[in-house]
Design a protein around this ligand. Structure first.
Ligand code: ADP
Length: 274
């Protein structure tokens, strides 16, 4: 009987798997507090396969926390996050959701790639080694295959001629492009970009945004970005989400959200960029 129930459950789990419009990322009633301070106050957000969404909002409004929870770097205080139909911070045991074990977290985390503000490359490894390290040691890919993939990714981000250099020999913009290649080589289902140009000198911002734009326009990868670059957000996003004080205040097509804000809160936020 139990085996049959498991089989039915397994089969039921597969139905959403096949549904084309099922969101690849889903946040349901997410609350997150740090001590007494509630950063997120009941966040609901669905992101569809292939969708590119940009999260904008004032500093401290909870944007990074949204992304870090998906990367399993922060645990929500309550609510459910699903990736690809599977709960992230929970796992189903005998039909009940219980806190996820490390194995489950690792499995779901494998579907997510992230590029941070600080690129944190391994300083003692060449660029090529920086990019092949995780596919070989985390995914168990052969060295030959990892090298082929890494070279293809490094070419995509315009660094073909620098693969045998060390991070210190590259500019900040080039290092950030290595970090992008390093995340892409893992072929994640969802890529997260958290203010990836904030730490760069202004003249290096364009080359990094250009690479991300290229990825957005040429792949079907689901992307969630946090940025203060409004022109970039307009060009790249299927949807812009404005968050303030831990809640989504407005969301929609970039031209609608960025050019015709409905609320005074968004209007006054956008005025800072005009
Ligand atoms: P944003 O990305 O919109 O600037 P964050 O998500 O980084 O906002 O942070 C939202 C709020 O949560 C900020 O006030 C920040 O200080 C606080 N916060 C974030 N992470 C932590 C943490 N690990 N411990 C305590 N407070 C935190």
């Amino acid at each position: 009987m139990a085996a049959m129930q498991d089989a039915i459950r397994e089969e039921m789990n597969e139905i959403p798997e096949a549904a084309p419009d099922r969101p690849v990322v889903r946040y349901r009633d997410i609350r997150k507090s740090f001590g007494d301070f509630e950063v997120l106050k009941g966040l609901d957000l669905d992101v569809k396969q292939g969708e590119k969404i940009t999260i904008i909002g004032p500093s401290g409004s909870g944007k990074t926390t949204i992304i870090r929870m998906l990367m399993t770097l922060e645990e929500p205080t309550s609510g459910v996050i699903e990736v690809d139909g599977e709960p992230l911070w929970h796992q189903e045991v005998k039909g009940e959701l219980v806190p996820a074990g490390e194995k489950h977290l690792r499995k779901v985390r494998g579907k997510i790639g992230m590029v941070f503000q600080q690129y944190n490359l391994f300083p003692h490894m060449t660029i090529l080694k920086n990019v092949t390290e995780a596919p070989v040691h985390v995914l168990g890919m052969s060295k030959k295959e990892a090298k082929e993939k890494a070279l293809a990714m490094l070419e995509k981000v315009g660094l073909k001629d620098h693969v045998h250099k060390y991070p210190i020999q590259l500019s900040g913009g080039q290092q950030q492009r290595v970090a992008i290649a390093r995340a892409l080589v893992m072929e994640p289902k969802v890529m997260l970009f958290d203010e990836v140009t904030s730490a760069l000198d202004p003249e290096l911002v364009g080359e990094v945004l250009g690479v991300i734009k290229d990825i957005a326009h040429t792949t079907n990868m689901t992307m969630i970005l946090v940025t203060h670059e409004m022109d970039f957000a307009r060009e790249i996003s299927d949807r812009v989400v404005f968050i303030d004080k831990g809640k989504i205040v407005e969301q929609g097509r970039p031209e609608q959200v960025l050019e015709n804000p409905k609320t005074e809160r968004l209007n006054s936020f956008l005025r800072r960029f005009r």
